[in-house]
Design a protein around this ligand. Sequence first.
Ligand SMILES: Cc1cc2nc3c(=O)[nH]c(=O)nc-3n(C[C@H](O)[C@H](O)[C@H](O)COP(=O)(O)OP(=O)(O)OC[C@H]3O[C@@H](n4cnc5c(N)ncnc54)[C@H](O)[C@@H]3O)c2cc1C
Length: 301
Amino acid sequence: MAFDVIIVGGSFAGLSAATYIARGRRSVCVIDTGNPRNRFAAASHGFFGQDGSDPRAMIAQARAQLAGYPQVTFVAGEVVDARVGQDFAIVLAGGETLHAARLVLAHGISDVLPDLPGLAERWGKSVLHCPYCHGYEFAERKLGVLALSPMSAHQALLIAEWGPTTLYLNGGDRPDEATHTRLVQRGIEIEPAPLVALTGDGDTLSGVRLVDGRTVAVDALYLAPRSRLNSPLAERLGCALDEGPFGPVIRTDSSKLTTVAGVYAAGDIARAPHSVSWSVADGVTAGVSVHQSLVFASLAA
Ligand SMILES: Cc1cc2nc3c(=O)[nH]c(=O)nc-3n(C[C@H](O)[C@H](O)[C@H](O)COP(=O)(O)OP(=O)(O)OC[C@H]3O[C@@H](n4cnc5c(N)ncnc54)[C@H](O)[C@@H]3O)c2cc1C
């Protein structure tokens, strides 16, 4: 089966790109495994007109609206390979191959969480990464930042804007003198002992247990984990990657075109920092760019 465009990933970035391609009356196939990055959170904050909405409901609504366009095909499935020839051949996990003149990658990233009992099950609930997304709800409560890299001290300096903050070094290196001074100036406590577990009832965090047996009260724990791309497609196609602050980022120009002709990338995979709003905006840019590349490619030079 052949389409003008195939989009790998049907969440915020992919559906936004698809909307503009469909409105440009080109055929587009959205292939998706249905696991958006923020699926762990009950509410998504900050997106225009949808502050506090259930992220899955936001996606479902966008998808339902897009389904009204006859140019759109949805495929539930995983893309496992992509090859460039006369067009793009996109291979699904079941072995089926779909073809398209252009490809938009919007498959998102995954967070690589530290292996600490009680942490993963509270991710997106009381273990958080972004204060703009979820910090307001924990304002003036007892906040912690789990040190995972030297950047964590900077994260703690920011988080303190929302409430009294402790930086948990978790047995790692102490901040250098200049950073230590800034942390103290900001009123941030520094706890050097390693953590052994997070404690609390269900999704609610109530404290962190330290290796020496103490339990310190914490209502929300922030961390900035490493991330990985959800798919190796970009590398396989020869797209250049850059090392971003959290993990690999697919290199794109201002039109979200990668370094490989005809391959676009949008959303968390092609930028840092991340949010639903930025993913949607980049999806729009990719959708318009890919549409115009199809329009102008068919005109004589
Ligand atoms: C816990 C948490 C809470 C967050 N809360 C907020 C918030 O409140 N506000 C905010 O603005 N941002 C929030 N974010 C950030 C937000 O989730 C991301 O910026 C956003 O989801 C990125 O959208 P995306 O379309 O690029 O990727 P994603 O939403 O991650 O979607 C990628 C899609 O591609 C699919 N996919 C992956 N691989 C394949 C493949 N090989 N084949 C087919 N499909 C594939 C996935 O299943 C998924 O549906 C949060 C993030 C986390 C981790």
